[in-house]
Design a protein around this ligand. Structure first.
Ligand SMILES: [Zn+2]
Length: 443
């Protein structure tokens, strides 16, 4: 009798377990696709907010156009049955509950603000694409295990304001910065419905977010040049800046023979070439730039006695940046000796550290693209994004689609509708893969 009830008990447990299993999301339906026409239409509709007479977008953060554009995005989120709220930093968050009430959310989105005279796709693709994914899940009655949060970050172009607040790294000084709109960031946040005095409520800790995924235009021309559909972003590069000062001796350009000069601009010329040689001496995607130079006293008949110039190095690896800089410093010493000048490098504090993406999510992006028959390229992002901050607190992934001509931050910015649809389909599948796998991991 006892044996029989034990078997009965086992049977009940087994039935419940298999019911729960059937309830959980299996592989995403093979034919689940986003709506290409709706994506295209909504990107065009969002572009109506802030469009200037020559087709550029002046939807800078906190401007009237930004406030109107945000209202439009809230209306789209509601159509996708998301629960919408504005957090204290002004980020718009649209939430969709999952089956697992205590699981952390999977977050995806981007920003809706533009640079002055910017384009229609930078940021916009990421928010319209994220809302589209939520809408498709709603329309197909697919309930994920994790809650989903679609996010529109505040003032990305002015210094990653919303994502920094979410990672707890927005400094009080940043609130007093005058934004492109002419308002301080503090006033701007108030005007979009946030509460700058309550920013501590916005900060999330490691573990609070299951994963963050952002889709964005590449803003460069690597994908287009190589004819690749999808960029799997390996990380957002670190950026290091130095002020370089070169001390020579200003003297008469007519009476000082060539072998008796201390020409600081000649030293600078050698150094610029050396930077290029060092950076290109090894394989990889590292870049190095001298973008600013000033010679003094700056007269045709005076040997330049002083040069102030910049040096910038970017790469995914901090180690590589350090090693490149060490080689440049060494070359600089030789140039200084040869030109009888002094070359001094001063590192500038406000530089970004590399933010690698999560290898697991990179793989989901790669697999999703492959399932859709799309080609992929693993690549770094040379530009900054909200994802670089989010990577500090959550496993992060980033999807790039081609930018025609590599043009961005310009009215000429353009991405083809088919590339947009491909990218958002990859985003949708990636979210479902994260949801499925991390539920498998926890169960
Ligand atoms: Zn952007």
């Amino acid at each position: 009798m006892a044996k029989l009830s034990l078997i009965f008990l086992f049977a009940i447990v087994f039935l419940q377990a298999s019911a729960a299993f059937a309830d959980a999301l299996e592989d995403p339906p093979k034919d689940l696709k986003v709506n290409a026409q709706r994506l295209e239409r909504r990107i065009a509709e969002l572009a109506e907010f802030g469009m200037n007479p020559h087709g550029g977008l002046d939807r800078v953060a906190f401007s009237d156009a930004d406030i109107q554009g945000r209202k439009y995005l809230v209306s789209l989120m509601k159509k996708a049955a998301l629960d919408v709220y504005i957090d204290a930093a002004g980020n718009i968050i649209g939430r969709r509950e999952g089956r697992g009430s205590d699981l952390p959310p999977i977050m995806f989105g981007s920003h809706a603000d533009t640079v002055p005279d910017g384009g229609k796709y930078d940021g916009a693709l990421g928010v319209i694409g994220a809302i589209e994914c939520a809408q498709v899940l709603h329309e197909n009655s697919i309930r994920t295990n994790h809650p989903l949060e679609v996010v529109v970050f505040t003032d990305e172009e002015g210094g990653l304001v919303g994502s920094r607040a979410m990672t707890g790294t927005l400094t009080p000084d940043a609130l007093e910065v005058k934004s492109h709109s002419g308002k301080t960031v503090r006033q701007g946040i108030i005007d979009i419905g946030g509460h700058p005095e309550r920013l501590d409520e916005v900060a999330r800790e490691k573990g609070d977010i299951e994963a963050f995924v952002e889709i964005h235009i590449e803003q460069g021309k690597i994908l287009e040049t190589k004819g690749v559909d999808i960029g799997v972003v390996e990380g957002i590069v670190g950026i290091n800046w130095w002020d370089v000062s070169i001390e020579g001796f200003a003297n008469h350009a007519g009476t000082t023979p060539m072998d008796m000069r201390q020409d600081s601009l000649l030293a600078a010329a050698h150094l610029i070439i050396a930077v290029n040689r060092v950076v290109t001496s090894i394989p990889g995607s590292q870049v190095g730039t001298v973008g600013r130079i000033k010679a003094e006293p700056g007269a045709p008949n005076v040997i330049p006695g002083k040069v102030a110039m910049s040096l910038e190095l970017r790469d995914l690896s901090e180690e590589k940046i350090k090693s490149l800089f060490a080689q440049i410093e060494k070359e600089a010493q030789a140039i200084a000796q040869q030109t009888n000048t002094e070359i001094i490098f001063s590192a500038i504090d406000a530089t970004a550290i590399p933010a690698p993406t999560d290898t697991r999510i990179r793989n989901y992006i790669y697999e999703s693209a492959k399932e859709l028959g799309l080609s992929t390229l693993f690549m770094p992002s040379g530009a900054g994004h909200d994802a670089q901050d989010m990577a500090k607190i959550a496993p992060t992934g980033m999807i790039f689609i081609p930018s025609v001509g590599g043009i961005s931050h310009s009215p000429k910015e353009y991405s083809r509708p088919e590339d947009i649809t491909n990218g958002v389909n990859v985003l949708l599948r990636t979210i479902l893969k994260i949801d499925k796998s991390s539920t498998d991991r926890t169960s």
